[in-house]
Write a protein of this length. Structure first.
Length: 336
């Protein structure tokens, strides 16, 4: 089975930016050769609204959610939003979905997260049906809809990207998704992830793997230690979430994740979890240092088989100090 060889470089329009700032950054990025602009949904600004306005200010850059959560919105609502974005972006929109965490889905939104594999399969199945112009008639375990149809289905349905970290979800993404949204992935674990995606693709009889996408926490800086300390602070939250601990354990940090789980379950102290972040973890899943150092790590990911990369700058770092030099790589990649 062939893997896509094309290289893409995009960026994340981060959650600490206002909608207006997201629009301006996307316009700037498009002018400099960045090929993708990703928006994650946490609280606000709202992802679909942000990308609708970005679509009006750009003409070439692909626009994607990475991710919006399954559960808080019904599938017909997501289909309607996706169809609308496909229209205003002239087909440049990609829908990135994920099951997210219990804290967000159940705690914030009061929706049962449920069994991730079942919810993901049911969601993607109905989305494809609706975006192709079909009428809903699905009575699944989590996704139930009867009689809904889009009035203006897109001529070309948007790509559906599925966020996946652990083995079974990676296999499912290989089976049913147009792209796989990866996160916190060391170069050393790319082979593990790729093989899991390949098993799912083989199961579905697909001739090639779906697009593999990784947005990498990145900071171009002459103070690498300070950048690593900031990133260590940022990732502590994720070590309280079982799916992230499980994935990072599989990626090579098993003993450290077991320790983090013990600390969290016995103390419920994020500060104590932060003290347990393994020394080598931030540097293996983020990229920090000179532009030359950071660019070399991006090249390693491409060479390992992750075709689509994105730059996301941690909130406390000056974004343009990273995005400006990476525009050189974006322009070079776009011209290939």
């Amino acid at each position: 089975m062939a893997m896509a060889s094309a290289r893409r470089l995009g960026l994340e329009l981060t959650s600490n930016l206002s909608i207006g700032e997201r629009v301006e950054l996307a316009r700037w990025a498009e002018d400099r050769g960045y090929q993708d602009a990703w928006v994650a949904e946490i609280s606000d600004p709202e992802a679909f609204v942000s990308l609708a306005l970005v679509a009006q200010a750009t003409s070439r850059i692909r626009l994607g959610t990475a991710i919006v959560q399954m559960g808080p919105r019904s599938v017909p609502v997501m289909a309607a939003a996706s169809a609308s974005l496909a229209e205003v972006s002239a087909g440049r929109f990609a829908l990135g979905l994920g099951v997210s965490t219990e804290v967000i889905v159940q705690g914030w939104h009061g929706v049962t997260r449920g069994r991730p594999l079942v919810r993901s399969r049911e969601t993607v199945e109905l989305l494809r049906h609706l975006l192709a112009g079909g009428r809903s008639d699905q009575g699944g375990e989590y996704v139930r809809s009867r009689g809904f149809r889009l009035r203006l289905p897109p001529a070309t349905p948007p790509q559906i990207m599925l966020a996946a970290m652990n083995e079974k979800m990676l296999e499912l993404a290989g089976e049913i998704a147009d792209g796989v949204l990866l996160t916190f992935l060391p170069v050393s674990a790319v082979g593990l992830v790729t093989e899991a995606v390949r098993r799912g693709a083989d199961r579905a009889g697909r001739e090639k793997l779906p697009e593999l996408i990784l947005v990498i926490p990145t900071e171009v800086t002459d103070d690498e230690e300070a950048a690593l300390a900031r990133f260590t602070h940022d990732i502590s939250f994720y070590l309280t979430a079982p799916p992230y601990r499980k994935a990072l354990g599989w990626y090579g940090f098993e003993e450290q994740m077991e320790r983090a789980e013990h600390v969290w379950t016995t103390t419920r102290s994020i500060d104590k979890v932060r003290a347990e972040v393994p020394h080598g973890l931030p540097a293996s899943i983020g990229v920090f240092g000179s532009y030359e150092t950071c660019r070399e790590r991006f090249e390693q990911y491409w060479e390992a088989g992750i075709g689509t990369l994105g730059v996301t700058v941690p909130p406390a770092a000056p974004a343009m100090a990273t995005l400006e030099p990476f525009a050189q790589l974006a322009a070079a990649t776009a011209s290939i």
